[in-house]
Design a protein around this ligand. Structure first.
Ligand code: CO
Length: 271
C-alpha cells in the first residue's frame, strides 16, 4: 500500500473539481439563515454540481443518501439533510464532495446561523485556525503526524478538544485514499509527505469532551456530552516548499495562471 503521487495534469483535474466544490460551498454558506432547511441546502448543492457537469461524491457512498453532510450544533459530522429548519444561534457544518472527470473534491465549513453565542463563535474561529495551522505544517519532507500535532496543540491550548474517531485522508481518483490523517498525535511520525500527494485535511473540534457516538440513523455523529462541534476541511496538494490549497472558491487552474501569472501566485499558499 502506498500514497499516490499525482502528475501535473492530474493535479489540474483535482484543482478543477476542488475549486467547484469550494465555490458551491461558498454559495451554500451564504444561503444559511434562520428558516432554511438542511434539505434545501442539499438540493442547491446537487443542482450546482450537476450544472457544472460534476456528480455528488457522497451520495451512494456506503449508502449515504445525500449530496452534503449537514451537521447542526452537537452533531459532529455526517448529519443527513432533512426538513429541520435552522434557527438563529445554531451552527451548521456543511461538508461536500464532488466528482468531475474521474477526480474527487472534498471540503467543509462551519457557519453561524445569525447571531451565535461567544463560545460558538470562538469554536468556529479556533477550528478554522486549527485547519490553517495544519495546512501550514504541510510540505515535502514533513510527516503525516505533523498535521495532527499542529491541530491538537492549537485546539487544546484554546480549551477545546479534538475528535479521534474520524480522520482526514488522501484523495484523488477515490474519495478516500491513503494516508489516514488523524487530527491528534505526536509530530515526526508516519509517512513522509512528498510533492504531488493530495490530502483532505479536516479537523473536527468539540467545545466539550472529545467523545462522539453515532445516532440510530447509522450516520449522524454527535458529541456524547452534547456540546457544540465544528468541522473545517481543505483539500491540498503537497509542493516542495508547502502546499497548494485547492478548495479556495477562486482557485486558478494552470491555464488561468498562464493568463494571469501574478494573480495565480497570489492565490497559492506557500506556507
Ligand atoms: Co473528507
Amino acid at each position: 500500500m502506498s500514497i499516490t503521487l499525482r502528475s501535473a495534469a492530474e493535479i489540474e483535474k483535482l484543482a478543477r473539481v476542488n475549486a467547484l466544490v469550494a465555490g458551491v460551498l461558498k454559495e451554500l454558506a451564504a444561503a444559511v439563515r434562520p428558516g432554511v432547511t438542511t434539505k434545501q441546502l442539499d438540493e442547491l448543492a446537487e443542482q450546482r454540481l450537476r450544472e457544472a457537469g460534476a456528480e455528488p461524491a457522497f451520495k451512494g457512498y456506503h449508502g449515504y443518501p445525500a449530496t452534503i453532510c449537514a451537521s447542526v450544533n452537537e452533531e459532529v459530522v455526517h448529519g443527513i439533510p432533512s426538513n429541520r429548519a435552522l434557527i438563529e444561534g445554531d451552527i451548521i457544518s456543511i461538508d461536500m464532495g464532488g466528482k468531475l472527470d474521474g477526480f474527487y473534491g472534498d471540503s467543509a465549513v462551519t457557519v453561524p446561523v445569525g447571531r451565535v453565542t461567544p463560545e460558538a463563535g470562538r469554536l468556529l474561529q479556533v477550528t478554522k485556525t486549527a485547519l490553517d495551522r495544519a495546512v501550514a505544517a504541510v510540505r515535502a519532507g514533513a510527516r503525516v503526524s505533523d498535521i495532527g500535532a499542529a491541530v491538537q496543540s492549537y485546539v487544546e491550548a484554546h480549551g477545546f478538544s479534538v475528535v479521534r474517531e474520524f480522520v482526514g485522508h488522501g484523495i484523488g481518483t477515490s474519495l478516500h485514499e491513503e494516508p489516514q490523517i488523524p487530527n491528534y498525535g505526536t509530530a515526526g511520525r508516519g509517512p513522509r509527505l512528498q510533492e504531488g500527494m493530495a490530502l483532505a485535511i479536516e479537523p473536527m473540534v468539540n467545545a466539550g469532551k472529545p467523545a462522539v457516538k453515532v445516532l440510530g440513523d447509522g450516520w449522524t455523529a454527535v458529541t456524547k456530552d452534547r456540546a457544540l462541534s465544528a468541522h473545517f476541511e481543505h483539500t491540498v496538494v503537497v509542493t516542495a516548499d508547502g502546499c497548494r490549497v485547492l478548495t479556495l472558491p477562486d482557485q486558478a487552474t494552470a491555464a488561468d495562471e498562464r493568463d494571469s501569472e501574478a494573480g495565480g501566485r497570489l492565490r497559492r499558499a506557500h506556507v
